[in-house]
Design a protein around this ligand. Structure first.
Ligand code: ZN
Length: 392
């Protein structure tokens, strides 16, 4: 679609990052939003106009009659392909650079083998969403892939990527190859990798339930127990790319070996997949996420109690996180529908009980607004906050 800007430097990238939502802005607005000096913004705009990336819009009258020209991208960035592939679930989506989800398809649990996940089902889902959205690979501005484990964002080569333990590596590998490489060959565009829970966190913190809140801790439930920490609209990944991952808090000295390499991690016994297993065992039949949603709608006491108990266990851990982070909001993944609300009730109760009252009162517990669409919106938020549109 649109040509790369060909303009290097952090100021042009920052300006392009702001204009990526398609809305025109004045130089003054761009200076305020980027924190750059107005003269730096004007210089960057001049270079971008010369490169054909940015064009002046209509000059309107403002304030005391001084004309204020707006600036906008000459062509909006193309849509993004988004693939999320965790062991317990996967999806593919197409989303515009403005944040409209054009198509999304659930591709079910992934098959995990010795050399990694088998990508065929999620790649088939990707073909389907592209067809449904009427988007050809050549029209994409980029692809974003969400995988479990340490964030590999910014790693441009296998050598630069974090080297997780053998167990975790399987989840970030598709039939022996890095997912970004597989997708890059298939789509012919740049592919950026991020932790799946981080994408959902960004989606809800930037576009969704916690929009505009400076410190947001998001807990993902659908594909395990993951979490992401968003500070002022940007991910906090930490040194090893696992910051905020409450699923790997230590819970049981005698617990099983986790794929992170530690023993007895919280998510192994406290997660939606673990809860489904426990319900299936108790009821002697398989239990799916839709079964749980139905159980909540029917006020099934077994299901409601199990969800409240899970929410309470989660809230007990989150109460500690609240002391460390003092967040404005804790967002509980909304992809479980009515079940998410029951989990959030348990979380709220535990936070009230275990966190210091002043902090507990300040941290609002919200339910995610977008469900699985949060991953797709998170990819757009990632592209904006990391200035990826300008790097195409
Ligand atoms: Zn672990």
């Amino acid at each position: 679609m649109s040509a790369p800007s060909g303009v290097s430097g952090s100021a042009p990238r920052a300006v392009l990052g702001r204009l990526a939502d398609g809305r025109g802005r004045t130089a003054g607005e761009l200076a305020a939003e980027t924190g750059l000096a107005r003269s730096t913004v004007v210089h960057a705009l001049n270079r971008l106009v010369a490169a054909g990336t940015v064009e002046p819009g209509a000059a309107g009258l403002r304030g005391r009659g001084r004309p204020a020209r707006t600036w906008a991208l000459t062509a909006r960035p193309g849509p993004l392909a988004v693939v999320v592939a965790a062991a317990h679930g996967s999806l593919a989506a197409v989303v515009t650079s403005e944040g409209d989800v054009l198509a999304l398809r659930d591709a079910g649990p992934m098959v995990v083998e010795v050399d990694g996940l088998r990508p065929e089902p999620v790649l088939a889902a990707l073909d389907e969403v592209l067809a449904q959205a009427g988007v050809a690979p050549a029209d994409l501005s980029m692809a974003v892939v969400g995988v479990p484990g340490q964030s590999a964002f910014g790693a441009t080569s296998a050598a630069a990527a974090p080297s997780p333990s053998g167990h975790l590596r399987r989840f970030g590998t598709w039939a022996g190859r890095p997912p970004a490489q597989v997708l890059g060959e298939r789509l012919g565009c740049a592919v950026h990798t991020e932790n799946d829970a981080n994408l959902a966190a960004l989606g809800e913190a930037v576009f969704g339930a916690a929009r505009g809140m400076p410190t947001v801790l998001h807990v993902s439930l659908a594909f395990g127990t993951g979490s992401g920490l968003v500070l002022d609209g940007r991910l906090h990944r930490g040194r090893s790319g696992l910051a905020g991952e409450i699923g790997h808090l230590h819970a049981d000295d005698d617990g099983r070996l986790c794929h992170c390499g530690a023993h007895g991690c919280f998510w192994q016994t406290q997660s939606v997949p673990a809860l489904l297993e426990a319900l299936a065992e108790a009821h002697g039949r398989p239990f799916t996420q839709p079964d749980v949603a139905r159980g909540v709608d029917d006020d099934d006491p077994d299901v409601v109690r199990a969800l409240l108990g899970f929410g309470h266990a989660l809230g007990r851990r989150l109460a500690d996180a609240i002391v460390f982070l003092d967040p404005h909001a804790v967002v509980v993944d909304g992809s479980l529908g009515p079940a998410s609300r029951v989990v959030a009730d348990g979380v709220r109760e535990a936070i009230r009980r275990y966190a210091p009252p002043t902090m507990a009162r300040g941290a609002t517990v919200l339910v995610g607004a977008f469900g699985e669409q949060a991953y797709a919106l998170g990819a757009v938020a990632l592209a904006r906050s990391e200035h990826l549109f300008a790097r195409r």
